[in-house]
Design a protein around this ligand. Structure first.
Ligand code: SF4
Length: 362
């Protein structure tokens, strides 16, 4: 049966039966399968993950596991990262191939290579620029970084990666997320005068040669469409309506939102912050809705609010539903793997180097 036919059948099956099928397939397959679940996954899928976490933690787990099959309940770049870090005898499966990331799509090979060429009209980038890619990027951009002395970062280790990068070369080209780069640099005391924005649609990214020569940090003009929905006025309203509330924000939010927050950190840091706070502390959180809802249920003694009055949910993360997870497990049981993510060998070699540089920094 094709995956499409199997999925159609599963969508006609009551969800309670699908959950039962997943449970039974998981127990039948045992250690042969490792399910990795990102914090932004919906609850029905998240509940079946063997390991849950943010991109950094899940990349570390992928690098450690010897399971022959890894089902990545997340988005495309995460499954690519897992494939880069696992052996040729291991298969990484993305349950829904359409689960992409709008931010990762904001920088492609051609644009980044053009940027490097244009920079070389002004400076020698291979001598003075470290390319740093957020893990939310394609394998080919991780390979670009590997080949050009660069590195990968996550929202959990961005500061350490920027320190390492400036320790090697005087400038950083940071892509594809402007906001993670900007918020991290501001927290490190880098002044605005030393940062420029690179707009890939404009010659020299919209900058003068003098501005490029002066810049310490070149920020790609990319963003997460989910985290951009949070606005500073949402913090004002929360503080007015809930005096004493703590505002927590993910660094993919705009600088203006992060400046209103009491704490800015990755999803793992936000979870730790809430779990370690005294009972009775209340929070308004600016990150993806599924994670915020889970925190609310997990810590009933600490009122948790969603910072925005609008629904800010990652629609591509949401694509992975119990039906797709069940289909992925079925394909492994039947020995007819579908939706496998395979990064080409040449790309894998360089991308692995940039990921290992990051993982070796701890
Ligand atoms: S929340 Fe934003 S950055 Fe994360 S996967 Fe969704 S679109 Fe991409």
């Amino acid at each position: 049966m094709t995956t499409q036919a199997l999925l159609s059948q599963l969508y006609d099956t009551p969800e309670t039966d699908i959950i039962e099928q997943i449970r039974s397939l998981k127990s039948e397959l045992g250690d042969k399968v490792l399910i990795l679940g990102h914090h932004y996954q919906r609850e029905e899928v998240f509940a079946f993950a063997d390991v849950t976490g943010d991109s950094l933690k899940l990349a570390q787990k992928a690098a450690e596991t010897s399971a022959p099959y890894i089902i990545f309940c997340g988005v495309h770049f995460m499954a690519e990262t897992a494939d880069i870090l696992t052996g040729d005898d291991q298969a990484v499966i993305l349950p829904d191939l359409a689960a992409g990331c709008s931010m990762a799509d904001m920088a492609d090979d051609e644009q980044v290579n053009r940027c490097w060429r244009e920079l070389s009209e002004v400076i020698n980038p291979d001598e003075c620029v470290t390319p740093v890619t957020y893990i939310n990027s394609t394998a080919s951009l991780k390979a670009f970084c590997g080949e050009h002395g660069g590195i990968v970062c996550t929202s959990g280790n961005a500061r350490r990666i920027l320190e390492w990068s400036w320790g090697n070369r005087e400038k950083i080209l940071f892509f594809p997320d402007q906001h993670l780069g900007e918020n991290t640099a501001l927290a490190m005391g880098i002044p605005d005068a030393e940062m420029i924005i690179w707009d890939p649609a404009l010659p020299l990214g919209g900058n003068t040669p003098e501005a490029i020569e002066k810049a310490k940090l070149i920020l790609w003009k990319g963003f997460c469409s989910v985290h951009q929905l949070f606005k500073p006025e949402h913090s004002d309203t929360m503080r007015k309506n809930h005096p004493g509330i703590e505002i927590l924000a993910h660094p993919e939010c705009s600088r203006e939102v992060c400046e209103t927050a009491d704490f800015v950190g990755s999803t793992e840091m936000i979870i730790r912050h809430v779990s370690e706070a005294p009972s009775g502390t209340s929070f308004a959180i600016a990150t993806e809705l599924n994670l915020v809802n889970r925190l609310r249920l997990q810590f009933p003694d600490k009122p948790v609010w969603f910072l925005s009055p609008m629904v800010c949910m990652c629609s591509t993360m949401f694509r992975t539903d119990p039906q797709h997870l069940c289909a992925a497990l079925t394909s492994i049981r039947d020995g007819d793997i579908t939706h496998q993510i395979t990064v080409p060998a040449q790309q894998k070699r360089w991308a692995k180097l940039s990921l290992e540089r990051m993982l070796n920094l701890g």
